[in-house]
Ligand binder design. Sequence first.
Ligand SMILES: [Zn+2]
Length: 248
Amino acid sequence: MIFIFFLYGLVFGSFFNLVGIRVPVGRSVMTPRSMCTACNHLLTARELIPVVSYVWQNRSCRVCCSPISPLYPFVEIITACLFAFAYAKFGFQLPLLKALTLISLLMIIFVSDIVYMLIPNKILLFFTYLFLIQWIFLPASMKMDVLLAGVMGGGLLILMAAVCKGGIGGGDIKLFILLGFVLGLKEFLVTFILSVWLGALGGLLGMMLGKVKRGQPFPFGPFIVVAALLVLFYGEFIFTFYLSLFHN
Ligand SMILES: [Zn+2]
């Protein structure tokens, strides 16, 4: 069963690449079929197999030989692992649906923020609808908690953005508000703190490696994505760990 989720993850991951690449520039996700970004050659069934095609074709287009971005197989493999992991952790229960929806949202944002430094409203809105539908089925005790988290998270972030003017983009803020709504208040706060830490660490690392110049903007979205995934799977552990830092 885990293997089936892994395979689904590969296929969905390949679709998330497509969505993350096309939606921000206003292109349809349905037509045309996937094609090479360099020569527009329509991919045949054999060229559409996640990861396998990439390796098989020696990481380049079969027709024009231009290199294919490693982002594609990376997203496919990570999505596959996350889908399998989500099933292993949550089993066939309602939380699995939430986890899979959240993973989908996060992977699409990961792609679009890395490629365009953009978190499209269309994506956020679409997933807001999906989460709203799931919210209806939540137990009454949790309904208020996640609503409160969304509102408080939003307020906190808009205040922050107003105080430090820039640094955090509008798309990031909207994503955080949605995450608050999806994860709940405590988990939202942990995600927020974690993503700031990861972002600072990533920026520092980028500067040390000479990839990022001081003051140059870099996408913050991927750090939010990693933080939210860690919280989805290890939220309780991270929260306890964080509190223990202040209690000793
Ligand atoms: Zn090509």
